[in-house]
Design a protein around this ligand. Structure first.
Ligand SMILES: [Zn+2]
Length: 323
């Protein structure tokens, strides 16, 4: 995969936020709900991503590209597959139950446990993504590749129906089981190469370069003050915030587990929630360490890049974002 499946920034931030707020914090419930939604979406994408690993090297796979022509109106694609002959946009869904693609009044009606619910038609959603991608390719002066679209449902417990006479839409809808063969069928529609190998590499590099992940300031988003965040180091074993540093290692006051590097997750939380840079003083406050020297030793063994001297030295925590 050119751009593998990784947890989105907002998901990492919500995980950090939830463990850094007390369980009875007034925003905790909303955060947990929002987190569950993102997690369900991500789990669906991961399971589709696993299938896509079966594709041959002929196809380049990008997970979660977020692009814009003008740095303001972004469009996001769950997966984009690029061969030298065409592009395929994949939108991942997680619907269980009976799905009815209504073509008289374009919408998706899902029936589950006797309840009907209407959704935005994903076929329209991918059409919008397609026209945005065409604009983007034009803007960056790439040859206009044919673009196909697919809806991939990650949930296997689904029955799909549509308005009589519209069975052709099933070419664009797939479950996990038929995903690879549908991709190959779509690709075969375009037997001649539209891009040279060199052009395709340039396109792939431009996708990666121009990708702008959604990265909200999560405290601002939920209107939570920095002072609400719980400080100190979580125990990797029992998750309780009671680790104490003695003789070069962390020991949990609750379960006695000990760890040499439990502080890494704490600094990652700091980077995700507050700022991706930290001074010795800020680190002492967040990790609840009194000694400047011990803090200095911890930060220098992590070999983080830094700028500035002495008290003003700031360590860069960017490298800690992904697990
Ligand atoms: Zn513990």
């Amino acid at each position: 995969m050119k751009k593998p499946c990784e947890k989105p920034m907002k998901m990492l931030k919500l995980e950090a936020l939830s463990r850094r707020l007390s369980p009875n914090h007034p925003k905790q419930k909303k955060i947990t709900n929002d987190y569950r939604k993102i997690r369900t979406g991500f789990n669906g994408e991961s399971s589709i991503g696993k299938e896509l690993k079966e594709l041959s090297k002929k196809y380049q796979v990008f997970h979660d590209l977020r692009l814009s022509r003008d740095e303001s109106s972004f469009f996001q694609m769950d997966f984009l597959i690029v061969s030298t002959n065409c592009c395929i946009i994949i939108e991942v869904k997680n619907f269980a139950g009976l799905l009815y693609f209504d073509r008289t009044y374009p919408q998706l009606i899902r029936t589950k446990d006797g309840q009907e619910q209407a959704y935005l038609d994903p076929l329209i959603q991918v059409d919008v993504q397609k026209s945005r991608l065409i604009n983007w390719l034009n803007f960056h002066k790439f040859p206009l590749l044919p673009i196909e679209t697919l809806i991939a449902n990650a949930n296997s417990n689904t029955i799909i129906k549509t308005t009589p006479g519209h069975a052709s839409i099933f070419k664009q809808i797939t479950g996990k089981e038929t995903l690879i063969s549908k991709i190959q069928t779509l690709d075969k529609k375009y037997p001649s190469a539209q891009l040279t190998q060199r052009q395709r590499n340039k396109l792939s590099n431009t996708f990666l370069q121009k990708n702008t992940p959604h990265n909200p300031d999560i405290l601002k988003w939920y209107q939570i003050s920095e002072t609400d965040l719980l400080k100190s180091v979580h125990c990797p074993e029992c998750s309780i915030l009671q680790m104490q540093r003695h003789w070069g290692k962390w020991t949990c006051a609750h379960c006695s587990y000990s760890s040499k590097d439990a502080h890494i997750q704490t600094l990652r939380d700091y980077a995700l929630l507050i700022r991706p840079k930290i001074t010795n003083k800020q680190a002492r406050l967040f990790l609840q360490i009194e000694s400047i020297d011990i803090m200095q030793r911890i930060l220098s063994t992590m070999e983080l890049p830094y700028t500035g001297q002495y008290k003003n030295r700031e360590y860069n925590l960017d490298g800690l974002f992904h697990e």
